[in-house]
Design a protein around this ligand. Structure first.
Ligand code: MN
Length: 317
């Protein structure tokens, strides 16, 4: 069955320094394995795609990229450079690689313009944003130009995790709970919920936000979000219940989650039309992810939706 994957990462030498806070909590042997694959496009990556039947990889900069660059002008310049570089990789392999733009959110108007350039001139199919930017989250009105442009261009924004801007007391003393193990899940689910509760999807109802890692636990908590929303004080007046925005404006991928119970919960909560297969290369095993989606106890039409039909529709591939 055809497979399109869309949380697949790379790194360029110009961006390597930004990942120091991520490298700090990864076992060194694993980090060497990741590093050797992040900088590669045509050798190991294409071979792995061929070996496991991945037809198209939508590539993106690994977390955090230029969003942690303190100098706005440098961030803007490096984002453009990496998008130009990614475009050349896509041009060399037009049937195998697509891309999500890298954006310097430090300047939201510039980021919106770069999104438009990446989509219209470089052939990319949206953008991937690595969490907060200097502690500012995407519900902040300063980022409205980005949502306005994404809506006008009709392209999705993939919200990928990053380290939180501050360290949570509840994680003290447990390095094994940092990053992708748990901390990013809490950070990214909260980030998406800030957008829901902040009314971003009321203002920009046609926006599609994509979340990886089987929706960062949100499919599991829809009922409770609505139930408790009804008894809480409200910061913003929403037009719908919280779960409805998650169903209408958020799509999820299986990136980094090869778990049948989580997949079935997500299908029941959101529907098979809202879920897309992904690997999270090179941090997860392509072989394991493909084996998971191939053997998952779901119908063949749902498998086709998740493996490629939903991505083809959303990304116009
Ligand atoms: Mn990832």
């Amino acid at each position: 069955m055809k497979k399109i994957v869309l949380e697949e990462h790379f790194l360029t030498p110009a961006l390597a320094g930004y990942g120091a806070n991520v490298e700090a909590f990864i076992d060194p042997e694993h980090f060497r394995h990741y590093k050797s694959r992040l900088g590669d496009f045509e050798d190991i990556r294409l071979q792995e795609m061929d070996a496991h039947g991945i037809d198209i990889s939508v590539l993106s900069v690994t977390t955090p990229g230029v969003q942690v660059e303190p100098d706005c002008a440098i961030a803007v310049r490096k984002a453009k450079e990496v998008n130009d570089m990614l475009a050349t990789v896509m041009q060399r392999n037009p049937t195998r690689f697509s891309g999500f733009a890298h954006l310097a959110l430090q300047d939201p108007v510039e980021a919106a313009n770069e999104l438009e350039r990446a989509v219209k001139q470089l052939g990319m199919c949206g953008a991937l944003i690595n969490g907060h930017t200097n502690g500012e989250y995407l519900d902040d009105p300063k980022f409205w130009p980005v949502w306005e442009r994404a809506e006008a261009l009709d392209v999705p924004i993939y919200l990928h995790p990053a380290n939180a801007p501050d360290s949570a007391k509840c994680l003290d003393g447990y390095v094994e709970l940092l990053g992708p193990a748990w901390a990013w899940t809490a950070e990214t689910a909260t980030h998406a919920l800030r957008m829901v509760m902040g009314g971003v999807f009321d203002r920009f109802p046609k926006v599609t936000l994509v979340l990886g890692h089987m929706g960062e636990t949100l499919p599991f908590v829809l009922w409770r979000l609505d139930s408790r929303y009804k008894m809480m004080k409200h910061t913003h007046t929403l037009q719908k219940l919280p779960s409805q925005y998650i169903r209408d404006n958020i799509m999820i991928t299986t990136a980094g989650s090869c778990d049948v119970p989580a997949l079935l919960c997500s299908m029941l909560a959101l529907g098979a039309d809202r879920i897309m297969f992904s690997v999270d290369y090179p941090y997860e095993s392509t072989a394991e992810a493909v084996d998971f989606i191939t053997r998952a106890p779901i119908s063949e039409i749902d498998r086709a939706k998740i493996c490629h039909l939903n991505a083809e529709r959303l990304l116009r591939l």
